[in-house]
Design a protein around this ligand. Sequence first.
Ligand code: F6P
Length: 353
Amino acid sequence: MEKFRRIGVLTSGGDAPGMNAAVRAVVRTALDKGVEVVGIYGGYKGMIDDDMKVLAPRHVSNIIARGGTFLYSARCDEFRYEEGMQKAIANCKNRGIDGVIAIGGDGTFRGATDLSNRGLPTIGIPGSIDNDVTATDYCIGFDTAMNTVVEMCDRLRDTCDSHDRCSVVEVMGRHAGHIALRTAVACGASAVCINELPFDEEACFARLIEEKNSGKHCFIVIVAEGNGDYAERLTERIEAATGIESRFTRLGHVQRGGKPTLEDRLAASRMGQKAVECLLAGQSNVVVCQRGYDIVTYDINYAQNIDRMYKKKLTDEQIAALDPKEREEMEAFCQMRAEQIQDLYDLVYEMAR
Ligand code: F6P
């Protein structure tokens, strides 16, 4: 295997607290191994526009505590087309970039596969506050976002308590209820509504009335944003059905900002280090994942298939075409994720009794 001259690093898709810490880890690990790192600005768009710069240690000092991404992030349509991809690859070649580390979510990994398939080895690191990459237990940004939600709900609780009100709080998670479920447990919510499981509105009303009758003064209901404008409608319906004055709060993009927590800095540092080690060892088209305590890698196609299977996006023909052993593993994976969701859901309601 030829020695790597330089590697590129980019952040793409929605930003997540801890992305800077991941870039820092990539730069420090690579420099330690005698390999230069080129920062690619604005995700895949920066690759196409040749917006890149060699990163020296000073570029990453003092960024471990900073939210957002100093490399900027963007969603890039041009990169979906062959012409855009070829331009991006040519720019990388001209700059002596022999491999790329791409930090982001699902769309970012599709780009990573496109590069790998065209001869530019690329490794993905999961960064998404939604924690919606099924193959990994953890995505960078998740913990910070949840802590922000908990802090905001604690504030809402103060004002709800003073006014005998219910706060219906919409949290992020375009296709996933992970933020909603965990924060509902941590905020002592009376109910939680996520896409993955059916929501029993009547049971929610009954619970709120029961809580009110037992002397409770404040009520929190958490709804994942994947439910469209349901949270707003639910707020009105709660007030009408229970007589509890209710207010709606959409937390929105505040959840994406802020200083990364220890958990995010740690995950980012470990994943960044692992990604460089794997790239330099000759791996390509893999995504770095956390499984329990371990940081492991999965082939991106495999990881994306698990994701599709979990989200019921694989057709019967696609499932039938899978290698039987691989299919069994994937099904077990999906089953485990579904059980985790169910356990947390049950916990919310058990705690609300
Ligand atoms: O990064 C994930 C996420 O924050 C989702 O929870 C949310 O639906 C989406 O991104 C918002 O995207 P944008 O910043 O493009 O509005």
